[in-house]
Write a protein that binds this ligand. Structure first.
Ligand SMILES: Cc1c2[nH]c(c1CCC(=O)O)Cc1[nH]c(c(CCC(=O)O)c1C)Cc1[nH]c(c(CCC(=O)O)c1C)Cc1[nH]c(c(C)c1CCC(=O)O)C2
Length: 376
């Protein structure tokens, strides 16, 4: 697929106009809308499938591009972000594209510095140490700070030529909070868990601030061309049920209500909303009792129980093969995928993995998974 020259693409609406809730028009007509149909609970010809981290390091083409380009430079250069987003779409039979970016761009726009360390992942140079540090954060300026990310969405929506819908995303308020406190990934998250008990008020203040920012950021993504949105609460598994409700789900409820309210006033802003609370199968029923349309589950969640709850609350399910299963033989992947789809059922279902694809996965194994699901 050729990238369109920039001057052949109409101008994205100016950021100040987001507030007046006009969506861009003039995007290419959609050719494959099966994921949007499934999202609305409609019948589909084939089961739609996309893969978390589908544009990442398991693709040689991405690794080559990374040699010359620092990770966050790709995120902030619309042409590069667009090129990387399209890579897997041109190579594999996927039913959606997800904009190339990262959940940590939001803490960056709030003034925090994040470095992508080889072999270690993202590291914050100055994580928040005490509640006083919250005062050093800034509220991003919608008309300047988000510009590269929104331009990337706009350019990519055009460059996709309607081949598949474009998914926008952000990290959930709680997961961003944990990164801002821990400064990096963790297995125990003792600093973040300490904050919620030692400084509950200040924790709520920060989560509130993040929630307001994410509402604006997601709405701006829809205005710029995102057709579906996913919120990644990757660290949901570290909370108990009460804390999950108080510090995580209540904030995501606010985001979903905000976006649904905007779509009620302006139907052009309607975009199905996906929530992924990783390792929070314990809270699946509460997650189903929100305004999110699609519930992504990881592989630890029993599919029959998820289906029962999703049906009870009118939700679509997304998931959930263990990404490690793609290390198995092609035959095993075929059998496992077939059984998985039969258990989910073919309606109100979007196929994906249970978490992002691992960097050392053989892309041909992913192809086996995709083709199996499409053949069912
Ligand atoms: C927690 C989280 C992050 N980022 C993200 C999450 C939520 C999903 C999840 O739970 O995995 C989300 C994300 N990160 C990236 C995307 C792009 C779109 C896609 O292809 O899915 C998406 C949707 C690109 C990326 N984000 C990152 C890479 C690899 C960086 C590199 O090229 O060096 C990519 C392609 C880096 C990143 N960014 C983050 C981590 C923990 C890491 C390091 C782990 C790793 O290296 O895979 C933060």
């Amino acid at each position: 697929m050729e990238l369109q020259p920039l001057d052949s693409i109409p101008q994205r609406i100016s950021s100040s106009e987001y507030k007046s809730l006009h969506t861009n028009t003039g995007f290419p007509a959609i050719l494959n809308d099966r994921i949007l149909k499934a999202a609305h609970g409609e019948e589909v010809d084939k089961i739609p499938i996309w893969i978390m981290r589908q544009a990442g390091r398991y693709l040689e083409e991405f690794r080559n591009l990374r040699v010359e380009n620092e990770f966050f430079r790709i995120c902030t250069t619309p042409r590069l972000a667009c090129e990387v987003t399209l890579l897997p779409i041109n190579l594999l039979p996927l039913d959606a594209a997800i904009i190339f970016s990262d959940i940590l761009v939001i803490p960056q726009t709030m003034g925090m510095e994040v470095i992508m360390e080889k072999g270690k992942g993202p590291v914050f140079t100055h994580p928040l140490q005490t509640p006083e540090d919250i005062n050093l954060l800034k509220i991003p300026d919608i008309s300047t700070d988000y510009e590269p990310y929104l331009d990337a969405i706009f350019l990519t929506r055009h460059s996709l030529l309607g081949k598949v819908p474009l998914i926008g995303f952000c990290g959930g308020p709680f997961t961003l909070f944990t990164y801002m406190i821990e400064g990096q990934g963790s297995t125990v998250f003792t600093k973040s868990r300490r904050w919620i008990y030692q400084y509950p008020q200040e924790t709520h203040r920060l989560l509130d601030m993040l929630t307001n920012i994410l509402c604006d950021f997601l709405l701006a993504q829809i205005c710029s061309g995102a057709q579906m949105l996913q919120i990644f609460e990757s660290h949901a598994g570290i909370l108990g049920p009460d804390e999950f409700e108080e510090f995580l789900l209540s904030y995501n409820r606010k985001i979903a209500s905000f976006l649904k309210e905007k779509a009620k006033i302006n139907p052009g802003l309607e975009a199905p909303l996906i929530i992924f609370c990783k390792d929070a199968g314990y809270a699946l029923e509460s997650i189903c009792q929100t305004e999110f349309d699609i519930i992504q589950i990881d592989w630890t969640v029993p599919i029959p129980r998820a289906r029962e709850l999703a049906n009870r609350y009118g939700k679509v399910l997304q998931g959930n093969l263990d990404p490690a299963a793609l290390y198995a033989s092609g035959d095993f992947i075929r059998q496992k995928a077939t059984k998985m789809v039969e258990t989910f059922g073919k309606e109100k279902y979007i196929c994906n993995l249970g978490h992002g694809i691992y960097p050392d996965t053989d892309p041909e194994k992913l192809r086996v998974y995709l083709e199996t699901v499409h053949s069912l």
